[in-house]
Design a protein around this ligand. Structure first.
Ligand code: ADP
Ligand code: MG
Length: 297
């Protein structure tokens, strides 16, 4: 937003990198996202001469096509982003990774953008039959409107067409042209609760974000800033095998425990665009990242 400076949200991350033996450069996000100008976006990135200059992007989410523009522009400067465009999409879009974790993640159905163009509710109701009258949540292939929980996320009875339509249309209106991929509906699971969000009424679940690099869980965070986690820690051993499945070098796995004590995967994300919680120990995260990156593969 200001030339030559990282956006405020990334200040601490930029500072953390400077403390380590790593180089960093700024990307002009607006040039990429708004102008489709990847060459301008990477202008500040110096050309590299060595063949394998590995880089990690840390910043705002990018649609898969924008990520590919960034990836290609950096490649032509000799800089190789850790995830190629296919790997980025694989963890970014739920329908891409879902099949790896059937049974370990809430049951889900989806509809691509193309099938939403005229009268989407017929197609939506048809897909929703899979859930009978059990509650679901709606999101797109990447994000939900979880902060508008009752209005645009939670569907208490998906066989109730009128209520479902209200939530779905509100969700589509809020996403607008930022809708990624299409619509996803997921069976609502009773996750263990921490609290109810003070502003939005959204249930806060005892959820953790695991960062995985080259199949190893390198770092984890409490997903929410508010709510009392006590001294609970995520079962890293339990997810060690799951962490090896996605076709991506660097990704996140959000996990939560159900009321019946079962641990499930809530969602995956690309590690480059996954946020860190506000109270995170950013330096410790970058130390973990740097240590694992310098291990021989
Ligand atoms: N299937 C589900 N059952 C119950 N709660 C869910 C389910 N999926 C998501 N949630 C809750 O909604 C929140 C947002 O969902 P998530 O898929 O992580 O979307 P976002 O990408 O917007 O973070 C989660 O952190 C979790 O608390
Ligand atoms: Mg999430």
């Amino acid at each position: 937003m200001e030339p030559g400076k990282p956006d405020e949200l990334y200040d601490l991350e930029a500072a953390a990198v400077k403390k380590l033996d790593m180089n960093s450069s700024l990307i002009n996000f607006e040039a990429l996202a708004d102008e489709n100008n990847a060459v301008k976006a990477v202008r500040r990135v110096p050309e590299r001469v060595s063949e394998n200059d590995l880089a990690v992007y840390r910043g705002w989410m990018l649609s898969p096509d924008k990520y590919k523009l960034l990836y290609d522009a950096l490649r032509s400067k000799g800089v190789h982003l850790i995830n190629d465009p296919e790997s980025y999409k694989h963890c970014h879009y739920l329908p891409e990774w879902f099949h790896l974790f059937e049974g370990q993640t809430p049951q889900s159905v989806w509809l691509d953008k193309a099938s939403l163009s005229n009268n989407p509710m017929d197609a939506v109701m048809e897909r929703l039959q899979a859930f009978g009258s059990s509650p679901v949540i709606v999101k797109d292939y990447v994000k939900s409107e979880k902060h508008r929980w009752d209005e645009a996320c939670f569907i208490p009875d998906p066989s109730d067409r009128e209520h479902t339509q209200r939530v779905v249309l509100k969700f589509l209106e809020l996403r607008g042209s930022n809708l990624e991929g299409g619509l996803v509906f997921r069976k609502f699971v009773n996750f263990k609760a921490l609290a109810t969000h003070s502003k939005s009424g959204m249930p806060l679940t005892k959820e953790f974000r695991l960062f995985v690099l080259d199949g190893t869980i390198i770092h984890w965070f409490n997903y929410w800033e508010e709510g009392n986690y006590g001294d609970s820690v995520p079962p890293l051993d339990y997810f060690a095998d799951a962490a090896k499945k996605p076709l991506s070098r660097f990704f996140t796995m959000d996990i939560a425990q159900t009321e019946d004590d079962e641990w499930l995967i809530v969602e995956l994300g690309d590690g480059q665009v996954a946020g860190l919680p506000e109270n995170a120990d950013v330096d410790a995260f970058y130390r973990s990242l740097s240590e694992q990156l310098s291990r021989p593969q």
